[in-house]
Design a protein around this ligand. Structure first.
Ligand code: BEZ
Ligand code: MG
Length: 512
């Protein structure tokens, strides 16, 4: 076939799959990325070790991850460790007052030391976080993040809003903490025993670029688990703000002076950059509002975020309600971002990504009056890839939500599988509401796969009539909110399917 014919064939196939490209040369890497994506196979059942194809897939993934940073691991050894897990036995032993061996926690694909499971997992040594290894990796990743933004044609960022999670830092020895430190041009200060005791600045001559302002919003879990690191981050921001440097070379100082003049507050107050919930409180409540459908204007989502996350943690470690300062700090932000640290959790698998990253993005967009770029730094496979949120949604929709391997694995778990599909649809709407970065084809294909396909619709409704109904009504909600504008035929079919699902729920169609 002629080259032009082939190009047309490829273009037609891509159009059918809603894959857009500027240059055909981009396609191999994009397709390879999708092909290579790891997808969790259903849910873990306590006490049940992986078997059959799932066991082989898991070993494959562990072999791949293991060979990235050293000699290829021994498959038989990995398999023996995997098979020797005795979670139920260990639980009973613990309940009997017996001793359960300690073991590291984390992602089994990346760290085989986690095996066998069913041991008493310990997280980390708080005095060693971030570790030297994490500082090196975090510094490289911070550079990759800046490069992605700048290579996209944007000016060098003055300010970044970053979401920090506790478990991700535990899994990575504090890589995300190290990223934040590097961006500000700071590093951990350690005592003569090598234990963490605070922050210190990297001299500008060594840093070789301006200090970037970082507005950090911590999950409640981070705040609880990592009080020393919380204070270290606050100290880094304060030291940067106080440094006797020009505002062209130090954006933390530049913005602090602006905030101070605006609010007429103490310098130290204007240098607050670490925000989280009030003590004892968790989450931004943005996910709950989206789940309940109880918002009229996206500004209400920004309000929820700021009300819940508007507590500043300064160098004393004691939180102070500072919503105005959070708003001012977010008003300088060029882009928002968060890491993905584990293959287990994609951006739609739990609703806390929309809650924290979506929430902060909505607040930044409101403060600035323009939509905010969002990046995801994917560190789940050993190497790092920075994607825009739009690219991440594209990838995960194709490799998870719409991928039979993902949903069939979950549907083996019955009603819970349908609930997980519903969760993806709700998160998708959440990303639209908070960031506006969901392409129409995502809603179209979700509708076709889970609602408009009669056999699938029946199947979901038999397994979990409530969730199946909510999948359809959520898609209609997206239409009502003008987050997605399908063609008339799709809309009519969705409405009809939704009516049928409601009738089935009300028992008009008794279970077959
Ligand atoms: C955390 O580790 O901080 C976290 C994990 C899951 C959801 C929200 C926060
Ligand atoms: Mg990792």
């Amino acid at each position: 076939m002629e080259r032009a014919d082939l190009a047309q064939l490829i273009a037609d196939q891509c159009e059918a799959l809603d894959i857009t490209y500027a240059d055909i040369g981009e396609l191999p890497a994009r397709l390879y990325e999708m092909e290579e994506a790891l997808i969790p196979h259903g849910l873990h059942i306590f006490g049940q070790n992986p078997s059959g194809a799932a066991r082989e897939d898991m070993l494959d993934a562990m072999m791949d991850a293991g060979s990235l940073d050293g000699p290829t691991p021994d498959r038989a050894v990995l398999a023996a460790k995997l098979d020797s897990s005795d979670e139920l036995g260990a639980l009973i032993h613990a309940l009997d007052g017996g001793f359960v061996q300690p073991a590291p926690g984390g992602d089994v694909v990346v760290n085989p030391q986690v095996l066998p499971t069913g041991r008493n997992i310990h997280g980390f040594d708080p005095f060693l976080m971030p570790s030297a290894y994490a500082c090196r990796l975090g510094s490289e990743q911070a550079q990759q993040l800046i490069a992605r933004h700048v290579n996209g044609g944007e000016p060098f960022p003055e300010s970044i809003a970053m979401v920090l999670w506790g478990t991700d830092n535990m899994k990575s020895e504090g890589v995300q903490i190290a990223q934040a430190m590097t961006l500000m041009g700071a590093r951990p200060r350690r005592d003569s025993y090598g234990r963490l005791c605070g922050a210190e600045l990297i001299p500008l001559t060594e840093l070789g670029r301006p200090r970037i302002d970082v507005v950090m919003t911590l999950s409640g879990i981070f705040r609880d688990l990592l009080p020393m690191q919380t204070r270290m981050l606050a100290e880094a921001a304060l030291l940067a703000a106080q440094a006797d440097e020009t505002v062209e070379a130090n954006f933390v100082r530049k913005h602090t002076l602006v905030h101070q003049a605006k609010h007429g507050c103490e310098f130290e107050t204007a240098a607050l950059r670490v925000f989280s919930n009030a003590e004892g409180a968790y989450g931004a409540n943005v996910n709950q509002m989206i789940d309940g459908g109880v918002w009229a204007d996206p500004d209400e989502l920004a309000n929820a975020f700021e009300i819940n996350k508007g507590f500043a943690y300064g160098v004393s470690g004691k939180p102070v309600q500072q919503r105005d300062m959070l708003q001012s700090a977010l008003g300088t932000v060029d882009f928002t971002y968060q890491n993905l640290e584990s293959v287990e959790l994609g951006i739609n698998d739990v609703d806390q990504y929309v809650d924290g990253l979506g929430g902060v993005t909505r607040s930044v967009s409101r403060a600035k009056g323009v939509e905010t770029p969002v990046y995801i730094l994917d560190a789940t496979r050993g190497s790092t890839k920075v994607r825009t949120l739009g690219e991440q949604i594209d990838l995960e929709t194709r490799t998870r939500t719409l991928n039979p391997k993902w949903f069939e694995g979950l549907l083996e778990h019955g009603y819970e599988g349908v609930r997980q599909i519903e969760g993806h649809v709700t998160s998708t709407l959440g990303w639209s509401a908070t960031t506006g970065q969901v392409a129409p084809w995502v809603y179209q294909k979700i509708s076709e796969t889970f609602v408009l396909d009669e056999a699938m619709r029946r199947r979901l409704s038999d397994l979990n009539p409530k969730s199946a109904g909510r999948v359809a009504s959520r898609l209609l909600e997206a239409c009502d909110r003008h987050l997605w504008e399908p063609d008339e035929a799709t809309l009519a079919a969705l409405r009809e399917a939704n009516d049928e699902l409601e009738d089935r729920l009300e028992g008009v169609f008794p279970a077959e």
